[in-house]
Design a protein around this ligand. Structure first.
Ligand code: IVH
Length: 667
């Protein structure tokens, strides 16, 4: 008895803390499976010993607390949660229970369980009114400004929609956009985001809505709430919402399915347990709902979730192995990344030998030590992640892990600026690994794009003392190259040709190639457009730098620090002498009228050839893309345009303009 009381108190506190971390701080300390196991234990104990259950037990609550940044809104219909299950037996039990309770032939709707952030959006007279997060289930935050940036969420409805209703769904980060975001963060030497779900949530809660707009969130909708709705079942109503303009899961790709049998349900589960790897977004399970509203009402609700629905959650694949050693990687900008070297283990079809530990904070939070037995998971995520430690297996002679204080490559002291996650090696122009990394970045495709020169060759050239920095590439001679490891006549000539050709690369790419911390390709383009020459950038003040759109304090300071170093100015000077481009080449008549716009061109035109039209877009600062997506600003439509493009543009609500309208646009 005493033990039960103690355990209930313990579990209550523990789960409240996990909830707070998860909902308020966006920080998952344990996996969903572990959380649900603990919650189930608490539920069982409370059922047996109701006298010990607390008023604020996590079993009675729906979620966490609400952060203060946005206006709080009380939900007209509470935003409940779903009861979770991890086995098919649970699903079979659910179905049997439903049948027993209703005594009826029951229809079920199977849906995907999108792994994102729940949102409730109200529409009044067909117009977007407000979008509110789940919060604690009773009240959430008004995040309309961010939600309005999601292109698939209509601001104005079409067709015969109800006068006043709320639609609920899940906002998520499409994997392609998430990877793009992380790639650009990597290029700018910023810490990477761990997973799409948390990043979607963080994005939705950022106060500056331009961040959300840029990142490309998306949303599927899965439930409609209102007082005067005539349709009597979930499936038909959701399908109907598609006519009003919402992004609704399609039966064509099996995202939603109606069935009357347990076999039908289990088939859906099996299909998605396998197929989920091929989806362009993450799901963490499937949801089974009773279709007809009269049946739903008969079944009713518990304090926390509806009795007419259940979630089947996929288990993230997880294995345990030994962390043999923590080593460190030094990036081209000196950023240090700790890496866990593991006893190789099979996980999700691949052998995992290494996993990033990201930074010193993560190591501290995990409390991990060399020699520990650790758990590695690969959920929907591609990158293996260390999710915890088996403390029972910690060797008795284990010692707390100490983060390094000096660079593992050059021994210079490491520095960590306030507010930054990473340690940096400060020996920018003396640390061999950094230098090689910088030269490798310089020759990369997105930078100087030097054909005939690869990352391996850079190592050979550096180790043989032929290059010490990027400018030395332009002083290489045939005689000193021939005969080096794997350097025959043809490869030497190719390399020298590639280096010579790279002198024609435009200024914005040269600027990116310099490898200045936080100056990725987009920032380089912005700087080049605004300042025109490298000399203007070098002499620009902090104030004039941050005046440029999207150049913040951090980038400005990084530029100032970079050019304050004599060595860096010297390198630029040498590259100038070798005739690299350090000025924007003014194209006659160029403007930035179309800056930030993406065009797709299709059909035949009267005043331009298709190529001329594309050149004109480029000259005016716009971008041309070959395929229509939700990011497309305009489709310029000529005669005989392909019907597929037209249909897609209409579906994604991309503006379609004629050649004449385009001309007006650039004028
Ligand atoms: S229905 C009354 N359908 O899962 C239950 N939820 O644990 C209303 N979710 O908060 C939810 N996909 O964020 C429903 N197809 C789907 C879902 C879904 C993801 C999320 C949603 C909800 C949580 C419940």
């Amino acid at each position: 008895m005493i033990d039960a009381k103690k355990r209930i108190e313990e579990l209550t506190l523990q789960l409240q803390d996990y909830n707070y971390n998860y909902y308020v701080l966006d920080n998952s300390l344990i996996t969903d499976f572990e959380f649900d196991t603990l919650l189930k234990e608490l539920q069982d104990l409370e059922e047996k010993y109701p006298e010990f259950a607390s008023e604020n037990s996590p079993t009675k609550r729906v979620g966490g607390e609400v952060t203060k940044k946005f206006e709080q809104v009380i939900h007209k219909y509470p935003m409940l949660s779903l009861s979770n299950s991890y086995s098919k037996e649970d699903i079979i039990d659910f179905e049997t229970r439903i049948k027993k309770l209703t005594n009826d032939e029951i229809e079920y709707v199977c849906e995907l369980k999108y792994d994102g952030v729940a949102i409730g959006i109200q529409y009044v007279n067909g117009v977007f009114h407000q979008a509110v997060t789940r919060g604690d289930g009773t009240k959430g935050e008004n995040v309309s400004t961010n939600v309005k940036t999601i292109k698939t969420i209509p601001l104005k409805l079409r067709g015969d929609f109800p006068k006043d209703f709320e639609i609920r769904g899940e906002i998520f980060f499409p994997l392609e956009n998430f990877e793009r975001l992380n790639k650009s963060r990597e290029e700018n030497d910023e810490p990477l985001y761990a997973n799409p779900r948390n990043t979607a949530s963080g994005t939705l809660k950022s106060l500056d809505s331009s961040i959300a707009a840029k990142r490309g969130l998306d949303c599927y909708l899965y439930g409609i709430y209102g007082d005067n709705i005539e349709i009597d079942n979930h499936y038909e109503l959701v399908k109907k919402a598609k006519d009003w303009g919402f992004k609704i899961p399609l039966e064509e790709n099996n995202y939603i399915k109606k069935t009357s049998s347990i076999e039908g349900i289990l088939e859906f589960i099996d299909y998605w347990a396998e197929e989920r790897k091929n989806l362009p977004f993450e799901i963490d399970g499937v949801v089974i709902k009773v279709n007809h509203y009269d049946n739903q009402n008969r079944l009713g609700y518990t304090a926390k979730s509806p009795r007419w629905a259940i979630a089947y959650k996929f288990k993230a694949e997880r294995v345990s192995t030994i962390l043999e050693k923590i080593t460190y990687q030094v990036g081209r900008t000196g950023a240090i990344t700790p890496v866990a070297n593991l006893t190789p283990v099979q996980l999700g079809g691949t052998t995992v030998k290494r996993a990033s530990l990201h930074n010193a904070d993560i190591i501290e939070k995990l409390e991990v030590r060399e020699g520990d037995t650790i758990f590695v998971e690969k959920g929907g995520e591609i990158i293996p992640k260390i999710v915890g430690i088996d403390f029972d297996k910690r060797p008795t002679n284990s010692i707390p892990f100490q983060y390094i204080t000096n660079c593992p490559e050059c021994n210079a002291p490491l520095e960590r600026q306030e507010g930054e996650a990473n340690h940096y090696c400060v020996n920018e122009n003396g640390c061999a690994t950094q230098i090689k990394g910088k030269i490798q970045h310089f020759i990369a495709r997105k930078a100087m794009n030097i054909d005939g020169l690869g990352t391996e060759t850079i190592v050979v050239l550096y180790d043989n003392g032929l290059i010490k920095n990027i400018s030395d590439l332009y002083s290489l001679h045939y005689d000193e190259l021939i005969g080096l490891d794997r350097m025959a006549e043809k490869s030497v000539n190719n390399m020298l040709d590639g280096i010579e050709t790279s002198k024609k690369i435009p200024f914005e790419k040269v600027l990116f190639a310099l490898g200045i911390r936080f100056v990725g390709d987009t920032v380089a383009k912005k700087l080049a457009r605004n300042f025109k020459t490298i000399d203007n950038i070098i002499s620009a003040s902090f104030e004039s730098l941050i005046e440029v759109d999207e150049i913040g304090d951090r980038i400005a300071q990084s530029l100032i620090n970079f050019f304050a170093k004599q060595e860096n100015q010297l390198i630029v000077e040498k590259l100038k002498q070798k005739d690299l481009k350090f000025e924007v080449e003014e194209v006659e008549g160029a403007t930035n009228t179309l800056e930030g716009m993406i065009f797709v061109v299709s059909g035949v035109f009267n005043q331009f050839s298709r190529d001329e039209l594309k050149k004109s877009i480029d000259k005016n600062g716009g971008k041309v893309s070959s395929s229509i997506s939700s990011k497309t600003s305009y489709l310029v439509a000529g005669d005989n345009m392909g019907p597929a493009k037209l249909k897609k543009a209409e579906k994604l609500e991309v503006k379609i303009i004629s050649e004449e309208e385009y001309i007006k646009l650039i004028k």
